[in-house]
Design a protein around this ligand. Structure first.
Ligand code: FAD
Length: 318
């Protein structure tokens, strides 16, 4: 780094002629939907594949631990922040069109989409063109890379259902294409998510095999999903479902039955609209979230003998 001035954005040239800004000591609360998280030592916003590759190569060259995130919508970042480099791989929908290409295969389409493309935008874009299978993503926050790592899903469909392959950049510099079987996606879990942070690879993009369908019908479905979401989930500072559903039951139902709906600790509470969502009132710390999670797990174990597992991931220092 040319300067060690904390909290100031400074432009620096990344080797490879890709102009990227490295930001020092920026609060991760700006990059998570929970709006929680202490400062990252270094942060680079990588909106394109070239920028993502350049950012990873720079971080690896500097010997920094590398944390690649998308929309930060499934993440709890510790109050003391992140020692190392955070790379945000996300792009707003208005600038995402160049991140997606499609190859016609007769009755199906092979769509290649960069990790930064918003999941919701991808769902809408594909549905409007009559490419079926991604309408479930409309209305969900986050980017394609994060959706693939988490095997996100909704309305009976998951990212794995149409995943053909994943393009990975190893932090040793090698680019590899892995097929969907290698990713080993399960309910909100993948081989990628299982690996501890900081991980030795970055998702550059994915290939999706989408059957052709009726654009009108797909558009209608996408609209219905978005409407359902608005009606049943809280808006604001949250990270979606806190816990995965245990087999044959729903975490939200158990939390409600245990009297935890609307239950608060510090600046967080289980939502009155959806009991499995923890909402930040604007003053919360990561410690508050952890405390509420621990309390809920303890109570559900005591009352129902069930061990709830967090769906959200925790990174950074406590
Ligand atoms: C209001 C709300 C509703 C939600 N509803 C749902 C739902 O219905 N279903 C559901 O499944 N989820 C839901 N979620 C959770 C979340 O939105 C999804 O899981 C989403 O797909 C995560 O994507 P992200 O880009 O935000 O990932 P992040 O939270 O940024 O990251 C998730 C993981 O992926 C890794 N990662 C991200 N991008 C890359 C990359 N390019 N390379 C390597 N690693 C990467 C991160 O390191 C982290 O391990 C909801 C969240 C909110 C806030």
């Amino acid at each position: 780094m040319s300067s060690k001035t904390a909290g100031r954005e400074e432009a620096m040239q990344i080797p490879g002629d890709t102009p990227l800004k490295v930001v020092r000591d920026t609060p991760m609360s700006r990059y998570t939907t929970w709006r929680i998280g202490g400062p990252a030592d270094y942060l680079i916003r990588a909106g394109t594949t070239d920028e993502l590759v350049a950012a990873v190569r720079w971080g690896a060259g500097e010997g920094l631990p590398i944390y690649v995130i998308g929309g930060g919508s499934n993440l709890l970042v510790g109050d003391r922040g992140i020692r190392g480099l955070v790379i945000t791989a996300r792009t707003p929908g208005e600038r995402a069109e160049h991140l997606l290409t499609a190859e016609d295969g007769g009755d199906s389409v092979l769509v290649s989409v960069a990790a930064q493309a918003p999941l919701s935008w991808t769902g809408r874009y594909c549905s409007e063109r009559g490419w079926a299978g991604m309408d479930w993503g409309v209305g969900l926050p986050g980017a394609i890379g994060g959706a693939t790592v988490n095997n996100a899903g909704a309305h009976g469909t998951e990212q794995k259902d149409h995943l053909h392959s994943v393009t990975l950049l190893g932090h040793d510099g090698a680019i590899e294409i892995k097929d969907a079987a290698w990713v080993d996606s399960r309910y909100r879990m993948t081989r990628l998510k299982e690996m501890p942070h900081p991980r030795p690879w970055t998702v550059l993009g994915v290939q999706l095999a989408l059957p052709k369908g009726d654009p009108e019908e797909l558009r209608r479905q996408a609209d219905a999903h978005a409407e359902y979401r608005k009606a049943t989930q809280p808006t604001g500072r949250c990270a979606g479902s806190t816990f995965t559903n245990p087999p044959g039951d729903f975490a939200g139902r158990l939390l409600e039955a245990a009297g935890l709906k609307d239950f608060a600790v510090g600046g967080v509470r289980f939502s009155s609209i959806h009991s499995n969502f923890i909402v930040n009132d604007g003053t919360a710390t990561a410690a508050d979230v952890r405390e509420l999670i621990a309390l809920a797990r303890e109570r559900i174990r005591a009352e129902f003998g069930i061990d709830l597992h967090p769906e959200i991931e925790e990174i950074g220092e406590r």
